[in-house]
Structure formats: structure tokens, C-alpha cells
Ligand binder design. Structure first.
Ligand SMILES: [Zn+2]
Length: 563
């Protein structure tokens, strides 16, 4: 659980703890329990900063366990569209629930959790004694609500729960009989964790992975041997991410003044201390660095994300009651005005979003649709760390500013998923300062027209971003891609892939080092796909990438690799 941003923060919290312990003459021993990861010993050493002894044999008894990979059938061969994984997961879950089999259903987003929950609650209404026994669980529910659901699961009061990866591990909900995973969770480790929620000591259990149309899902479902042979991902952390490190050095200085030459987690930090003194946060007196700012530094840190602010959701149907929270970066998508905000299966419409005060005022409604917002993303190069020529393209690693703007939202009908219309969103853009890998290609590549290059680049970018997690061992949401037909920086058609965290955690750097490997892997995925003209399982849906994207993407790869 202590991986990525959260792990990087935790490592720094432990550095602070050890520093204080050391001051008082104590040296604690750490006992760490890991989930399914490839490098438990290494990760615990990085987290605690101390050597670790690894114990990795499991002698606990376990009942028979079945893992089923299920690919929903193709319903439109021409467009390569499969039956919705959400609707298929619903059907499978209902089979279990109607037979009183305690089931957890995982979905990949908060919205997907609420939509699936709505469907299951609707269907289970007809079953006697099932009311209130189907619940949702995700980030943004209030702690009291969460504790109640966890208890209900442990005690068997709750028959079915639909959850994001929030229930993947670390929370005691007992063992259930069945788990359904709606869409590949993005990593081998997460899949084993989610599957592991089903399984009792002495009875049979089942886990079912329902694939979506995305290239990564289709790769996994068509190459089950990859999944079963692959070692789970490495738990990666970067405690020295500058954003994270500096914020904890502030806290550490507040807790105990630093002395000249003191290291933090083995890092030399003189430059950072001097920077903080320039900013009038620390004062350098008599060989020691003292806290001088008026604020309390720990308040400015959110350990689970890099952004610190949450929006509060207030139900004003009767009086005013806080019902939940949304993190800042998701707010423009989830709680813009007119959005349908789904919470525990109840629908609310957002009447007013007070962006300054970070409050959304919502009212209970009963409608037949939910809303899904579009995000327009722009990227600007701030600095280049490295660049090199690879085949016929120029590769770069550097610092970028990503600006994302929620522009409009679609109204999507429950059950049929048809589009009922759209509305505009008027909110300020969000900015993300991070690291990126990008590469530019010649404008005259494969004698394609600018329109064809655009379509090919969009498709290629989709494939690369979707399969990169296989090589980076990261969650698919950890990286994002953007295409520019004529980049103001390179002056050429360019694909950018960036770390989706302020400051970056090192994924872009790995991509930069992969050179031709990712392009070759993308080509394999596109060529192996059965579709004729591109589909969601390779280059993406034609509404997004245009017709012919499959051919154009292959032409571009051929032109770049010239083989
Ligand atoms: Zn395809």
C-alpha cells in the first residue's frame, strides 16, 4: 500500500520519526507486512531506511480458489465494440447475490462504482430481505459511513459491496466468497489483491476478471499466461521527489532544528535548507536551522496525493448536511454545476459549486441519467533534461506544465448508456507541473497528410499510454499522453507522455530509457488486433481518433523505425 506518492510520503514520515527517536536516544525496530509485490525486502528498506530481514513463506491454510478471465463478446465487429464490462459485471454479480453469496465487485473509477451500485440496488429491490444489503465504498465517503460498511461486511450483514481499489487491501472486511473485477486493475499486484478478497480457509471461492475494451485489458485477457507467469510489480517509491522531500524537511525542521551538515534519509540537504531560509521559512543561526514561519507545516501536506485540498459536498435537500468529499483534481469532473453526483447509490444534482470556498451544494434528484465530463489537456515544455536521437525521431526528457480544463459534460442514460445530450462547464483550468517524456517525428513521415498524421498520432499515443504500464509496472492512471500536431517546442508532430503527479515519480525517465522498445510493443498490439480499421482495443474508438487511425499509426511507426 505504501507505493507511489503515498509510499514516498510515508518514507519521509518514517525519516522524521527516526530522527526524533534518535534525538531521544531510541532506535525502533520496524515490522512491515507487505501485499503481493515483487520486492518486499527492498521496499521496506527504502521505506524505513534500515536493513530488512525477509520472511516470504505462507503456511496459512486456504480453500480451493478459481480465477476466471472473462472477455465480453464483440457486439459490433466493424467498430470492434464489446459488450460493456460494467453491464457484464452486473449480470455476474447478480447471479452470486441472488444466491446469497457474499460478493465484492471492484470497478476502476468512482463513477463506475456508483453506476454499478445503482444497477445492482435496482435489481436487488425485487429480492426479499436484500434492501440495504448492497452498498458502495470509495474515497469521498465520510469515515463514519465507511466504518459502518466495513463492519457490515465482516459480520455478514452486507451481502454485496461495489468498491474502487479503496477496499483492495489494508482494511479488515473479512474474507468473502466471490470477487468480480470490472476491468483489469492495471497491475498484476492489484489484480491478485482484488482476487484475494475472495477466499476462505475451508471453502471454495471464485474471482472473475471481466475485461473492458481497452488495449491493456485485451492484452491481458488474450495472454493469460503473461498474467499468471508475471511476477507482481515492484513497489516503487521516490522519497526524494523534490515536492515531497521539501515539504517533509519543513516539518522536520519544525519538529527539531537541523544542524549544519545533517542529512535527512541519507540525503545532503544543505541546498534545500538554504532555499527555505531564502524563503524566510527557516532561519540560520549558530550552525542550526530554526523554524520561523508562522504556519504549521504538517497542515500543508496530504499524504495520499500531492494536492492538499478537498472540496466538501453539502446536501441542501433539507437543511444542510455534509455528505462527502472530492479531491481538488477530480472536482471539475465530478461536481461541476449540473453534474449528477452519485453517492451510495443516491442521485444528487450539483446546484452550485463555490470554487473559492471549495464547497458544492447538491440536492437529491431522481433522474434516468448520469453525467461524465470531458477534459481538454494542454502541455507546455518548461525545461529539457536530456535529449537524444532514436531511429528517425528525437526523444526528450524534461519538465512540463500540463493544463487541464473540464470543458463539457455528457448526459448518459442508465442501463442503455445512450447519450442524452450535453452541457458546458465553466471552471478555471487546473495546472500540473511534472516530468514528461516526448518524441517528435518528421512532418513528411510516410507521405501522410497532416490530417492522417493527426489520426495516426492519436491512435499511437493511446496504444503507448495503455501498454506502458506493463513495462513501468505502474497503475494506468499514473501516466497520461497528449498529442500535438505541430508542437510549439519541437515544431514537429509530437507525442508527450507525462507522470500524472506533481514533480513526477520517475516513469517518464524509464520511458525515455526504453528507446525503441515501446514503439515496437505498440506495433505488435496494433498488428495483433483483429479489427479492420482500428477499435477501442488498439488505437481507440473512431469517434476519438478518426477513421484509418490503425493504418496511419502503423505507417508512422514504420517511418520512425525505418524497418
Ligand atoms: Zn483494433
Amino acid at each position: 500500500i505504501y507505493r507511489g506518492i503515498f509510499g514516498s510520503h510515508t518514507a519521509n514520515v518514517l525519516r522524521r520519526l527516526r530522527r526524533i527517536c534518535n534525538f531521544y536516544g531510541s532506535s525502533p525496530i520496524f515490522i512491515c507486512c507487505s501485499a503481493t509485490i515483487a520486492n518486499p525486502g527492498e521496499l521496506s528498506q527504502k521505506l524505513t531506511g534500515k536493513p530488512a530481514v525477509l520472511i516470504d513463506e505462507n503456511g496459512a491454510p486456504a480453500g480451493e480458489k478459481n480465477i476466471i478471465f472473462y472477455n465480453p463478446p464483440v457486439v459490433n465487429r466493424q467498430l470492434g465494440i464489446r459488450r460493456s464490462s460494467l453491464l457484464e459485471a452486473k449480470t455476474i454479480a447478480l447471479n452470486f447475490l441472488k444466491n446469497k453469496i457474499q460478493t465484492i465487485t471492484f470497478a476502476r473509477s468512482r463513477l463506475a462504482v456508483e453506476v454499478l451500485l445503482t444497477y445492482l440496488q435496482e435489481d436487488m429491490k425485487k429480492v426479499a430481505g436484500a434492501i440495504n444489503r448492497i452498498r458502495g465504498y470509495r474515497g469521498g465517503y465520510l469515515p463514519k459511513e465507511r466504518r459502518e460498511i466495513e463492519k457490515g461486511l465482516r459480520e455478514g450483514e452486507i451481502l454485496g459491496v461495489v468498491s474502487t481499489n479503496a477496499l483492495e487491501l489494508g482494511i479488515d472486511i473479512g474474507n468473502l466468497d466471490a470477487s468480480i473485477i470490472t476491468g483489469y486493475p492495471g497491475s498484476v499486484a492489484s489484480t491478485w489483491q482484488q482476487a484475494g478478497r475472495a477466499g476462505r480457509r475451508n471453502s471454495i471461492s471464485a474471482s472473475i476478471l471481466v475485461a473492458s475494451s481497452s488495449p491493456l485489458d485485451q492484452f491481458i485477457i488474450n495472454h493469460p499466461e503473461y498474467f499468471f507467469k508475471a511476477s507482481p510489480e515492484h513497489g516503487l517509491i521516490n522519497p526524494n521527489n523534490l515536492y515531497i522531500l521539501v515539504s517533509h524537511i519543513k516539518c522536520a525542521a519544525f519538529e527539531l532544528p537541523f544542524t549544519d551538515g545533517e542529512t535527512f534519509g541519507g540525503e545532503h540537504i544543505d541546498e534545500i535548507l538554504a532555499f527555505l531560509a531564502d524563503e524566510e521559512i527557516l532561519r540560520h543561526v549558530g550552525g542550526r536551522w530554526h523554524w520561523m514561519a508562522e504556519s504549521f507545516p504538517a497542515e500543508e501536506i496530504s499524504l495520499r496525493s500531492a494536492s492538499t485540498e478537498n472540496f466538501v459536498i453539502i446536501d441542501i435537500t433539507e437543511g444542510a448536511k455534509v455528505i462527502g468529499e472530492v479531491d481538488r483534481s477530480s472536482a471539475p469532473m465530478m461536481i461541476h454545476e449540473e453534474a449528477i453526483y452519485l453517492h451510495a447509490g443516491q442521485q444528487y444534482q450539483v446546484e452550485k459549486l463555490d470554487y473559492e470556498e471549495k464547497k458544492a451544494y447538491v440536492r437529491k434528484v431522481n433522474v434516468d441519467y448520469y453525467t461524465d465530463a470531458n477534459l481538454a489537456v494542454e502541455i507546455k515544455v518548461l525545461d529539457v533534461f536530456k535529449e537524444k536521437n532514436v531511429a528517425n525521431c528525437q526523444n526528450y526528457l524534461g519538465e512540463v506544465m500540463v493544463t487541464s480544463l473540464a470543458t463539457m459534460f455528457k448526459k448518459i442514460k442508465f442501463f442503455t448508456h445512450e447519450n442524452l445530450g450535453f452541457g458546458h462547464i465553466h471552471l478555471p483550468p487546473e495546472e500540473l507541473h511534472t516530468t514528461a517524456f516526448w518524441f517528435s517525428i518528421p512532418e513528411n513521415i510516410g507521405r501522410l497528410s497532416p490530417e492522417e498524421i493527426k489520426s495516426g498520432l492519436l491512435g499511437l499515443c493511446n496504444v503507448m499510454v495503455n501498454i506502458a504500464p506493463l513495462y513501468l509496472m505502474c497503475d494506468p492512471r499514473d501516466i497520461r499522453g497528449v498529442v500535438q500536431i505541430k508542437s510549439p517546442f519541437t515544431q514537429k508532430p509530437t507525442i508527450y507522455i507525462y507522470d500524472n503527479f506533481p514533480g513526477g515519480v520517475g516513469f517518464s525517465e524509464k520511458l525515455y530509457d526504453m528507446e525503441k522498445q515501446l514503439l515496437k510493443a505498440a506495433r505488435q498490439v496494433i498488428m495483433e488486433c483483429d479489427c479492420e480499421d482500428g477499435c477501442p482495443s488498439c488505437v481507440g474508438p473512431y469517434e476519438e481518433v478518426g477513421h484509418g487511425s490503425k493504418t496511419f499509426a502503423l505507417n508512422i511507426i514504420k517511418g520512425v523505425l525505418s524497418d
